[in-house]
Write a protein that binds this ligand. Sequence first.
Ligand code: AMP
Ligand code: TRP
Length: 335
Amino acid sequence: MSKPRLYSGMQPSADSLQVGNYIGALMQWRDLQEAYDAFFSVVDLHALTQPNDPAELREKTRRTAAQYIAAGIEPAKSTLYVQSHVAAHAELAWILSTVTGFGEAGRMTQFKDKSQRYGSDATSVGLFTYPVLMAADILLYQTDIVPVGDDQKQHVELTRDLAERFNSRYGDTFRVPMPVIQQDTARIYDLQNPTAKMSKSAESDAGVLWLLDDPAVSAKKVMRAVTDSDGTVRYDREAKPGVSNLLVIYAALTGRQIPAIEDEYAGRGYGDFKKGLAEVVVNEFGPVRERALELLDDPAELDRVLAANAAKAEDVANRTLGAVYDKVGLLRRTR
Ligand code: AMP
Ligand code: TRP
């Protein structure tokens, strides 16, 4: 029996991933790669929907891939590649755009939010069709499950709708994927502003723990994290968002239960608790950072790994694309 297939990806939108990406995505990916035939992409085509310096985008793409590997995604086990290396993504996106309703795409909340923020003249058609490209990513690989954050759930629902519509219009072609939405506890908040999600695009750096930060810097950020005046290490998301967030990070990185950590720090101050967490953070991310920097020291080798994986991805993707071209009635070019 072959393993069920998994697909996920992240945009190369920063030099470093942050701890929310690590806990909310990479740790799951790492665990799931055993039981699934997993495909993980660095979605550089999606990143073009935001302004980018070309040289920086290239660098961020390599850095994102290096951090996947450093976090434990094994390129010999999972297919880890760069989206633009497999031309079929853009090609299938075009076909899928012809079965996507204009209104349907316009109802995507991420598009509505972003286009409202930028105004229609600063909103590209690429941003509008972003979810169609994401559907192509997923459907090319006959994917069973798509682990994503809850903000991406609507995009996976659209993917399902497009797959079902295409299948009923042209005959069975795509597997219809299931979203796997990460638990709410996996949501990590900004250390300085613990009701806002920790994000690569946060305005201030002080509340973001970067995977590639110097460990001493991360420790300092933990020690300076916003807490409250109550003084007890206790989980209460409403009343104590700062401490609760630190507890969630602590528990996620150690695999321990929150009550056990509360007990350990009962009757001790926030200083002790933060010191404990700082140590956990340094121990976890020190090696990840080192490994990522090592990989980035040899970009030619990293590029070779990505190329080999792109070739594996391409085989699968081209099979699906060929079937789609036949189904919709494109004339085959003879060889
Ligand atoms: P993004 O950085 O928004 O492109 O997200 C990439 C992946 O990381 C997605 O699967 C997100 O759900 C996850 N992620 C990003 N930020 C957080 C966070 N603060 N907490 C938990 N997961 C996150
Ligand atoms: N849109 C996703 C995000 O911003 C990234 C993404 C692109 C993706 N293609 C995908 C995630 C396919 C899962 C599957 O997080």
